[in-house]
Every structure is written in C-alpha cells, then in structure tokens.
Design a protein around this ligand. Structure first.
Ligand code: DQA
Length: 148
C-alpha cells in the first residue's frame, strides 16, 4: 500500500482564521478529513503532521525515512528560507510535492522564491485546498505508472 505523509508548516494550524481572503475558510482539520476520505477511496495510507517548530518538523521528516513513499508538504514561510527543511527532505530521499494555497508568484517578492522547489518532484500553487488533493492524485498515479 502506498504510504503518504502530509506535512504543514508554521501558521497553517490557523487556517480558517488566518487571512481567509488569501487562504480560504477551510480549517486544516477539514482539509485533512477530506484528504483522509480521498486516501481511503484510493486505497492509500495517509498520515498528517503540522508544527510551528522547525526542529520538530525536521525530526518528523527524518522519521519518515523508509516509512513513507511520498510527502505532500506546505512548508509555509519556511518555503522561502529554510535550508534545514530542504536538507531534511533531501536526506530521506522521498518524493515531495510542494503545495501552496495561495499563488506565491503574485504576492510579495519574498514569496516568489522557494528553496524547496529545486528538490521537489513538483509544485502546486494558488488552487487553495484542492492543491493537496491534486498532489495526492499525482503521487498515486505516479506510483501506479511506476508499477509500485
Ligand atoms: C503559503 C505561502 C507562504 O508564503 C506563507 O508563508 C504561508 C502559506 C501558502 O500556502 O500559500 O504560510 O505556503
């Protein structure tokens, strides 16, 4: 069974409250619930983790080593500067799809650059919570076409 880990970085626990005009009204809990239902339909195992603490996120990524087949990650603001998160993802060598709710390219300049993108399989931006579901579809279809 395909094993997927969904990671959310800082401030994403505040979805629903946080700048709803930019990030939407869905809570992280409702997003995770929908993803869980979708994973069930696809026959995929799915785990979720959110933290506001970089070291905790690095530890969680390390513990995914040889335990997970794909990672869907919204690194929040870490996207733009955290070489620690990037190096952790490279270390475990698990395919990562980077997701952003907002279109980071039409926002402030500092959001245009991702230090995670060069080590990602792909990036989905600007489609709101649907982005996580598309990422799950993509990892599932890729696993099927890779024959695993
Ligand atoms: C975000 C975009 C980041 O720039 C921001 O710091 C976030 C959320 C998004 O999902 O659009 O926390 O990753």
């Amino acid at each position: 069974m395909l094993r997927i880990l969904v990671l959310n970085g800082p401030n994403l626990n505040m979805l629903g409250v946080r700048e709803p005009g930019i990030y939407g009204v869905d809570t992280l809990q409702s997003i995770e619930q929908r993803l869980g239902e979708k994973a069930d339909r696809l026959g995929v195992s799915i785990d979720f983790f959110q933290t506001n603490h970089e070291g905790e996120m690095i530890d969680r990524i390390h513990s995914a080593y040889e335990q997970q087949d794909g990672i869907i990650m919204n690194p929040g603001a870490w996207t733009h500067y955290s070489y620690g998160i990037r190096d952790a993802l490279s270390t475990v060598n698990i395919p990562v799809i980077e997701v952003h709710l907002s279109n980071i390219h039409k926002r402030e300049e500092f959001r245009h650059h991702s230090v995670i993108a060069p080590i990602s399989l792909g990036q989905i931006v600007g489609l709101g919570a649907i982005g996580y579901e598309l990422a799950l579809d993509a990892l599932h279809r890729k696993a099927q076409s890779d024959g695993s």
